[in-house]
Design a protein around this ligand. Structure first.
Ligand code: NIG
Ligand code: FE
Length: 412
């Protein structure tokens, strides 16, 4: 099956040779072709260029994209899409003055979601989660990382990871799975934290790795959750079982999580709302991708990741949603890109790079996703007619997407 898209007003994120990520000043450069064509063959990008050089080809389908923009679909490298129920009551409690921390301390928060998850059947969790997955696909996400972490028991964690696997099998979108047993301490381990760490290391990780249920291991490294020392132990155990770390750090406090992630060659360190100068310094010249989650900052009214300082220091930055029931009940990458521009002062070029190629890097798929490059997956966004790509962050509340291609096919 060959699809030819013609007269594309502007084709974004065109990379002749595959780059794995862009950093510092390179983030401001978004290579594009104006008045372009794009050829998809089966599930891959086959060819592209300027309309003047359109080769003679027999296409099964021709799409005229006059006035419209094409870009690679979003790569959302950090989500918790698989969960049960919601936490709308806590949302109202926060409006009434309680903090996220206070709600967590009285048994709400992650433990509230864990209770709901363990009371819900696997089929029902799948049904609830697939609605969210379908929604984000229609919002232009073509690859997504999904974490466990609301089970906090071996059965609950395995149940979540099986749901993630089933979503991966039933949907064309690329899914990477992350084991986040170290998301919070379950109540019955409140006074025996090392007991839970032992369970994670000696039971959960080996069982999950043996059943091939996860690609990555995550830890919520934060005051009141997992210490740096505990985080290091869990990362080490994950690595020994073939799971690279991608960790939650610096959401509320800077306690050395970034340095620990770097020490264990974490693929990404995520959140980064609270950054000290030494945290930025530590990330220089490493292969670890910093990931910002601006819709979490928005929803919780906490600081935004200091993107300008980080980019000025030469670092790369990726953007992701953090879609979860507590801190970010939204998986809209368009909103993330807009919020990064509006609140973090990223330029549209930087934000689009952060949500495509750098997002792909942060989930280990930049060889196949994140740019318009021959041989990469034909996962694309085709916009409605728009004046320029600045509209994507500018018109922050509008849906500018006309269609989404995943593996070369238009999403129905
Ligand atoms: O990334 N911070 C840790 N985990 C999630 C929130 C989890 C929850 O509140 O359910 C996050 O923000
Ligand atoms: Fe998260």
């Amino acid at each position: 099956m060959t699809t030819l898209i013609t007269n594309i007003k502007e084709l974004l994120q065109v990379r002749e040779t595959s780059v794995s990520k862009v950093s510092g000043p390179e983030m401001a450069i978004l290579p594009t072709i104006k008045n372009a064509f794009l050829i998809l063959k089966d599930n891959l990008i086959h060819d592209f260029g300027s309309m003047e050089n359109l080769p003679e080809i027999k296409a099964d389908k021709v799409i005229d994209a006059t006035g419209k923009i094409v870009l690679p679909s979003w790569c959302d490298s950090h989500t918790h899409i698989v969960y049960a129920g919601n936490r709308e009551q806590e949302f109202v409690d926060r409006i009434n003055g309680f903090t996220y921390e206070e709600i967590a301390n009285r048994g709400g928060g992650i433990l509230n979601s864990a209770k709901k998850l363990n009371e819900t059947t696997e089929d029902e969790i799948y049904e609830q989660s697939k609605v969210r997955l379908e929604e984000v696909m229609h919002l232009g996400t073509g690859a997504v990382e999904i974490k466990s972490g609301y089970g906090l028991t071996i059965e609950g964690e395995m149940k979540m990871l099986r749901v993630i696997k089933k979503l991966d099998q039933n949907y064309p979108i690329t899914i990477k799975a992350t084991f986040l047993g170290a998301h919070a301490f379950p109540l019955h381990y409140k006074d025996n934290k090392s007991g839970y760490i032992d369970e994670i290391i000696n039971q959960m990780i080996p069982e999950i790795a043996q059943n091939n249920l996860a690609d990555y291991v995550d830890v919520f490294c934060e005051t009141g959750y997992f210490s740096v020392e505990e985080t290091e132990k869990i990362m080490q155990a994950g690595i020994e079982s073939g799971l690279s770390p991608k960790i939650h750090v610096n959401q509320f406090n800077s306690i050395g999580g970034i340095q620990a992630g770097i020490k264990y060659k974490a693929l990404s360190v995520d959140h980064l709302e609270i950054m000290k100068a030494e945290d930025i310094e530590a990330l220089k010249n490493t292969e670890t991708m910093p990931v910002a989650l601006p819709s979490c900052s928005y929803f919780l009214s906490i600081p935004y990741t200091p993107a300008r300082e980080m980019i000025k220091a030469g670092l790369p930055l990726a953007l992701a949603t953090d879609f979860n029931p507590g801190s970010t009940p939204s998986g809209n990458m368009n909103f993330v890109v807009a919020t990064a521009c509006i609140k973090m002062k990223m330029t549209p070029e930087e934000a689009i790079n952060a949500a495509t190629i750098n997002g792909a890097y942060a989930m280990g798929i930049s060889e196949t996703h994140g740019s318009i490059t021959k041989g990469k997956k034909a996962n694309l966004i085709l916009t409605k007619p728009i004046s320029s790509y600045y509209q994507i962050p500018y018109a922050f509340g509008s849906n500018l997407i006309e269609s989404v291609f995943i593996e070369g096919e238009i999403l129905k």
